[in-house]
Design a binder for this molecule. Structure first.
Ligand SMILES: Cc1cc2nc3c(=O)[nH]c(=O)nc-3n(C[C@H](O)[C@H](O)[C@H](O)COP(=O)(O)OP(=O)(O)OC[C@H]3O[C@@H](n4cnc5c(N)ncnc54)[C@H](O)[C@@H]3O)c2cc1C
Length: 503
């Protein structure tokens, strides 16, 4: 029985305590022990469809849950039925005769929706393969991370959803297998997985980043690259204003040569203190990609600099001592950031997965961002720092880089993107300071988008303006997947209604 009820209805709080469901009935989707992935999926798809039918008959809304990480409360539905997918987490190899001609099955893995990014990464690495990017942590479910366009700072890559080649998505009427028009899996495989093939570019691009509104994702086919090593350099350096121009132009090599190694970095990240950003050292992290070799000396996640959120420890302190905000932040940056390995330290190496951490829950986390055209970075960075500081924002600002990501609703929609994150302790003042930043960007006519999962104060008008024609294509795809408005209503929630994605 793949769906079981979990305890009595009651309060459910998301991972970081930013929201709760009042009186939710909780259900768990569980993996079985079938030998073939397609058999598992057929059983799960039928069970999910039956569960959706029961919810509809009882007049309940539903909300699929991944790891419950999203602080935007996109995972909250007041008193509906919650479907925990975390235990539906098996991964399967794909045989060459299960894919269509021209597709290389060895690159692909069949992933049940609740598998953590960490688990997918481990399974791929066991097979000599690797994800090519992911977020800073890896404790999200793969489906949950894709649902909101999770990204890291691999400068030549997009979002995690770019790995997805096919999606099984269960709606109240049909279990679909969504792929691009050229197709990936054979019809025999798809039928055996209990699904109906739907090969369409727009529907696939919608399903890569569904924001929890297109049905219940039960599985994905995930692409990979050969396993590789990364060498991290992590240091504190005072950044020159000119360096922002190099970053804006995509000259990561020059930035790297100035502050770390004279090599092309695969990953560049800069955490700055918005109080005097060019006078106080920034925390820099670079990753240099190397060919895989099995005999590299093993390093601990700490030595590799995995996880970098120790700054969230500051709590209300910064609110209480506004005069000391800049200095306190800098103190925390120095103490909270694993310093090194620096350029002159002995090099350490790890695989992509070894350099990530699953993260601990942090009550009182503030987490927001703006994604901009990388070319606008020098101008926007200074504007953002000034507005944030003037209004008493109490977090560091993290700058990350990525290419345009796949998915109609991908926030990284500029050809080259810079993402400025405001991550740290939650406070009303910090939330207002972030609002002051986005108001100023609007006033200055700067184009930007916001993360679906973070506390970015998005609304339907803004979503419509940011995504324009792509939103209309996404809505058309949604209506194709779930034609009956009564069925669509199952996926409504206060947050998703507010974004204009469910009506
Ligand atoms: C500490 C922290 C660090 C983070 N770091 C980063 C980062 O580096 N980069 C970045 O981009 N983001 C980051 N995020 C955001 C995070 O990646 C997203 O919140 C992500 O969506 C969380 O995945 P999840 O599995 O917890 O999904 P949830 O929060 O459980 O769900 C997210 C959405 O997906 C839907 N959903 C989940 N599973 C399914 C399914 N099977 N079918 C259909 N819909 C589903 C939910 O209903 C909800 O709408 C971070 C968040 C936190 C709290």
């Amino acid at each position: 029985m793949p769906i079981v009820q979990l305890g009595d209805p009651g309060r459910w709080t998301n991972y970081h305590g930013t929201g709760f469901c009042r009186d939710a009935a909780r259900f768990g989707l569980r993996s079985g022990d079938a030998q073939r992935g397609r058999d598992e999926l057929a059983i799960a798809a039928a069970a999910v469809q039956d569960w959706l039918g029961r919810a509809k008959a009882e007049g309940k809304r539903v909300r699929p849950l991944g790891a419950g990480w999203s602080p935007s409360n996109i995972n909250i539905c007041a008193d509906g039925w919650l479907l925990h997918t975390r235990r539906f987490n098996r991964c399967f190899r794909i045989a060459q005769d299960d894919v269509r001609p021209g597709i290389d099955a060895a690159r692909l893995m069949l992933v049940e929706a609740g598998a953590l990014v960490d688990e997918v990464s481990d399974k791929l690495e066991e097979q000599g393969r690797s994800l090519w990017t992911s977020g800073a942590g890896n404790g999200q479910t793969f489906a949950g991370a894709c649902a909101t366009g999770t990204h890291g700072s691999m400068v030549a890559r997009g979002g995690i959803q770019d790995h997805v080649r096919a999606v099984q998505i269960v709606t109240p009427q049909t279990a679909y297998w969504v792929e691009p028009e050229a197709g990936v899996m054979t019809d025999d495989f798809i039928t055996a997985a209990g699904a109906v093939p739907l090969r369409n570019e727009d529907i696939f691009a919608a399903a890569q980043l569904p924001v929890g509104s297109l049905g219940i994702v039960t599985a994905m086919v995930v692409d990979s690259v050969p396993k590789f090593l990364v060498r991290p350099i992590q240091n504190l350096r005072i950044i020159d204003r000119d360096a922002l121009d190099w970053l804006a132009a995509g000259d990561f090599r020059r930035f790297s040569a100035a502050y770390a190694l004279d090599r092309d970095p695969a990953f560049v990240q800069m955490i700055v203190n918005p109080y005097k950003p060019f006078r106080r050292p920034a925390m820099l992290r670079f990753l240099y990609r190397e060919e895989w070799r099995p005999d590299y000396p093993r390093a601990t996640p700490g030595e590799l600099g995995a996880g970098y959120d120790a700054l969230s420890l500051l709590g209300r302190f910064l609110d209480d001592y506004p005069f000391a905000r800049g200095a306190l932040l800098q103190f925390a940056m120095k103490r909270g950031y694993a310093s090194g390995p620096d350029v002159d330290d002995p090099p350490v190496y790890g695989s992509w997965g070894e350099g990530l951490d699953t993260h601990r829950p942090l009550a009182g986390l503030f987490n927001a961002s703006v994604t901009i055209d990388r070319a606008d970075l020098p101008h926007v960075f200074e504007l953002a720092c000034r507005a944030y500081v003037r209004h008493g924002g109490s977090t560091v600002m993290t700058v990350r880089f990525m290419e345009r990501a796949q998915g109609l609703l991908a926030p990284a929609r500029f050809p080259h993107n810079a993402v400025i994150d405001f991550d740290g302790p939650r406070s009303e003042r910090t939330a207002k300071a972030y609002q002051a930043v986005v108001d100023l960007l609007d006033a200055e006519g700067v184009a930007f988008t916001r993360h679906w999962a973070k506390s970015c104060r998005l609304d339907a008008a803004r979503v419509a303006a940011d995504y324009g024609e792509d939103l209309q294509r996404w809505l058309a795809a949604r209506n194709r997947l779930i034609p009956d408005p009564a069925d669509r209503a199952l996926f409504r929630s206060e947050v998703l209604d507010g974004l204009g994605l469910t009506c």
